[in-house]
Design a protein around this ligand. Structure first.
Ligand SMILES: [Zn+2]
Length: 420
């Protein structure tokens, strides 16, 4: 391939020479279509030769595998359902978004450029981001979901409240180049899921209208582009849309954490400090777009950000039960009340746990323990009684189904008596 130019010319190469001849001959009148065709062929050949985008060959590029055991029989998939590229107001290529998602351990990526406004770099080519990203996503095994972000700024009937809605699982953007009502109707007709983007602090009329019609599927509890922005609050020094978890539970909606990245992810996440990007966990029956859509429709999602997981208590509990294995190890000396609770964390998530002293049969000051991924941690405790069954109540302080609503696990463990 490299020395092809030195081989005998073959028939299909003739246009190359004809092209040169014609372009020389017609130079004065501004080139020819043959020359353009030749230029195209050459660009295509170059792409084939070097395999553009050629970061594929970059040494040391590695994916972080973020692992969770099956939760209540469902696979745990990790996704970003709201992100931008140069095809609207983002600053990176669609292909870069795929590489980032792969590297960051995501299974699902939905590029959601604005089709109806803010088409900046490529105003003439909307919808192309998906087509560009698809081959690379397929090669890397990242599930690419076609999406868009619609705004009520183009609304014909509502007050312009500047609220945005992410629509995933669409198949055509063409109908979105119009007013909001037409666009959202079309998204619905295409079978899209509809997520209220960067919401709060109050319900806006258009979100209420969508909710009333049963069209709203979810809300963003956390959006990393809006940290500290309008509608957010700080809880434990982490910015989020404070009331969203309650709204999701009251109205049976899915909860989301998204990047909404406009810049490279590395400008938002400090990976050197071990930080992970924000993501949504999907509890899916199948690892395919139908499976992911079904999980969202059935509200089996969890929001993962800043070492916290937020969502329905039922799913938090199932995830903790499948990830954590608890076993008491008695102290070697008989008759002692001092023991260890060994907790094995079989996931990539760092759980934070604490004995609830007031409801446990343990005497222990209530400090928090961090359970590192894929590690067994020995937690010392003093039992109220010497032998027999012991009731332990454990608070998982970074699994939350609302503000100040950590998951509580109750376990009965057996403390063996002294050896005879
Ligand atoms: Zn956005």
């Amino acid at each position: 391939m490299r020395y092809r130019r030195f081989e005998k010319p073959v028939l299909w190469e003739l246009p190359f020479f004809v092209g040169i001849f014609l372009s020389l001959g017609t130079f004065s009148i501004g080139g020819s279509s043959e020359a353009e065709a030749q230029e195209k062929t050459t660009a295509q050949e170059t792409a084939e030769l070097y395999g553009w985008p050629y970061v594929a060959g970059h040494l040391g590029l590695a994916r972080e595998e973020i692992v969770f055991p099956k939760v209540a029989g469902y696979q745990v998939l990790k996704g970003d359902f709201h992100i931008h590229t140069i095809y609207s107001d983002g600053q990176v290529l669609p292909e870069t978004r795929v590489w980032e998602a792969w590297r960051d351990g995501l299974d699902i990526l939905s590029i959601t450029d604005h089709p109806e406004y803010q088409r900046m770099a490529f105003p003439e080519d909307p919808g192309r981001a998906y087509e560009r990203a698809k081959p690379l996503a397929e090669a890397l095994g990242v599930m690419l979901i076609r999406g868009a972000e619609l705004t009520t700024l183009s609304s014909s009937s509502y007050m312009p409240t500047d609220s945005d809605y992410v629509v995933n699982f669409i198949d055509d953007e063409a109908a979105f180049y119009s007013d909001f009502d037409t666009a959202i109707q079309s998204a619905r007709d295409q079978g899209a899921t509809i997520i209220w983007a960067h919401p709060g602090p109050n319900w806006v009329p258009d979100a209420e209208a969508l909710l009333k019609k049963g069209w709203l599927d979810g809300i963003e509890l956390r959006n990393s582009h809006w940290i500290g922005g309008k509608g957010t609050h700080y809880y434990r020094r982490v910015s989020l849309f404070k009331d969203v978890m309650d709204w999701c539970l009251e109205n049976d909606l899915a909860v989301f954490a998204v990047s909404d990245a406009h810049w490279p992810i590395d400008q938002m996440v400090d990976k050197a400090q071990g930080q992970r990007r924000d993501m949504t966990l999907i509890l899916a029956k199948q690892a395919n777009p139908q499976g992911v859509r079904e999980a969202i429709k059935q509200r089996r999602t969890l929001a993962y950000f800043e070492e916290m997981l937020w969502g329905k208590e039922k799913w938090l509990r199932a995830l903790a039960e499948s990830s954590l294995e608890l076993k008491v190890t008695p102290t070697a000396q008989s008759g002692r009340r001092r023991h260890f609770l060994g907790v094995t964390n079989r996931s990539s998530f760092p759980f934070q746990i604490q004995f609830a002293v007031e409801t446990s049969e343990v005497l222990h000051r209530s400090r928090e323990f961090r359970l590192r991924p894929n590690t067994t941690t020995m937690l010392p405790f003093s039992a109220k009684k010497k032998v027999g069954n012991l009731k332990l109540t454990i608070r998982v302080t970074n699994l939350l189904s609302g503000t100040d609503r950590p998951l509580v696990l109750e376990r009965e463990v057996s403390v063996p008596g002294p050896a005879t």
